[in-house]
Design a protein around this ligand. Structure first.
Ligand code: NDP
Length: 341
């Protein structure tokens, strides 16, 4: 190929913690040039926006500066190290990695979390992979490993119209045939959750936590739910403990309202609650795990059992606008960035 790798690239980055105002767009950032023998250089085409970026930017999770966000992307291999055997220049790839709100990303090809899509994958396929990998694998691994959802279970899902939320609704409601109790902040979002497999709809702007607890107990004949997939964190943790069933499983997997503060573990004993605080990577760190779950995810997508709802594709430079909409709770489904050529 005649493609030559430039010295400079466009990226989104920041140099200190703060709100969306700390985000900067530059076209003068250095392209990674220090490829080791097992590294590949990927020219990104699409990258997925995830709420986790907010935690690094606002300081809930530690970041080192200058910080380039981004955890999943798809694109094309443009350079390979001497010892790389499983990728060639020109192969299209989709991967979970770091620093991909950028035109070029260096990736160690011995890591598990990359798919080789071959030379002929289309732009449309690259869009779908970037839109589904992180949130799809999160929902799929969590409903199998954090709590193995069974038919007829009652399951509480928060942010039920969000990126992960719409996938959980479909997998729990339609694929596992359990009862999804969906919580979201508007009726439009709840309608969307319903279209995606949720059965019971609760509006968190209209109901207090006590009223939510009352409704959830009513729906479950006073018993509570078998499991909770909670991404809200601080604001809903006590509610979760009220509505979890005896021997139930509480999966606390996000902090959109802030981190759950430390607490006395005896709080779990009155109902023998199982509590998990999982992260996706812990379920796909080894190659066979990643292969197993990506195969299952794309089988579900290809057989139309799972739909990936793309809210909007933004240009890379417009990430600040995109995250303001995400953080302002204005979006449903998946947000993507398109990387300039
Ligand atoms: P979402 O599309 O779900 O967006 C976040 C949603 O959270 C909002 O739309 C909003 O829905 C809800 N929300 C509730 N309280 C707040 C608040 N105070 N500020 C902003 N939003 C709030 O994002 P993602 O699908 O990317 O992620 C969902 C959650 O899952 C996040 O918490 C994320 O960190 C977590 N996650 C964790 C992973 C893990 O490995 N542990 C992997 C992937 C995601 P509403 O208005 O309806 O309440």
């Amino acid at each position: 190929s005649t493609f030559s790798i430039p010295d400079k690239q466009a990226v989104i980055y920041y140099e200190r913690n703060g709100g969306p105002e700390v985000l900067k767009y530059s076209t003068e950032f250095a392209v990674p040039s220090d490829l080791s023998a097992t590294d590949i250089l990927i020219k990104n085409k699409y990258t997925g926006i995830n709420f986790i970026e907010v935690y690094f930017r606002n300081g809930i999770y530690p970041a080192d500066f200058p910080y380039i966000p981004g955890r999943e992307a798809s694109g094309e291999v443009v350079a390979v190290g001497d010892k790389v055997t499983n990728f060639k220049v020109g192969d299209k790839v989709a991967y979970l990695g770091h620093k991909n709100f950028a035109q070029f990303t260096k990736f160690d090809s011995t890591q598990s979390t990359i798919l080789n899509l071959g030379q002929n994958a289309t732009s449309k396929q690259l869009k779908l992979y970037a839109a589904s990998l992180l949130q799809g694998l999160t929902a799929l691994t969590f409903i199998n490993e954090a709590y193995a959802v069974k038919e007829n279970d009652y399951i509480l899902v928060t942010a039920a119209a969000g990126g992960v939320g719409l996938i959980l609704d479909q997998l729990i409601g339609n694929v596992k045939k359990a009862h999804v109790i969906a919580v979201a902040s508007t009726d439009e979002k709840l309608a969307k959750a319903k279209q995606n497999g949720a059965e019971f709809l609760l509006n968190s702007s209209e109901l207090s936590n006590d009223q939510l607890a009352e409704k959830i107990l009513e729906i479950t004949n006073g018993k509570g739910v078998e499991a909770i997939f909670d991404s809200i964190g601080k604001d809903t943790f006590d509610l979760d403990l009220k509505v979890i069933r005896r021997k139930g499983t509480l999966i606390s997997y996000g902090n959109s309202s802030g981190a759950v503060p430390p607490f006395i573990i005896n709080k779990l004993s009155s109902k023998n609650v199982k509590l998990l605080r999982p992260q996706l990577y812990g379920y796909v760190a080894e190659r066979p795990e990643f292969e197993h779950y990506t195969k299952e995810l794309f089988d579900l997508i290809n057989s139309k059992k799972l739909n990936i709802d793309i809210h909007k594709v933004y240009q890379l430079k417009d990430y600040p606008t995109a995250t303001k909409e995400l953080e302002g709770r204005k979006t449903t489904g998946k947000l993507l960035l398109e990387i300039p050529n």
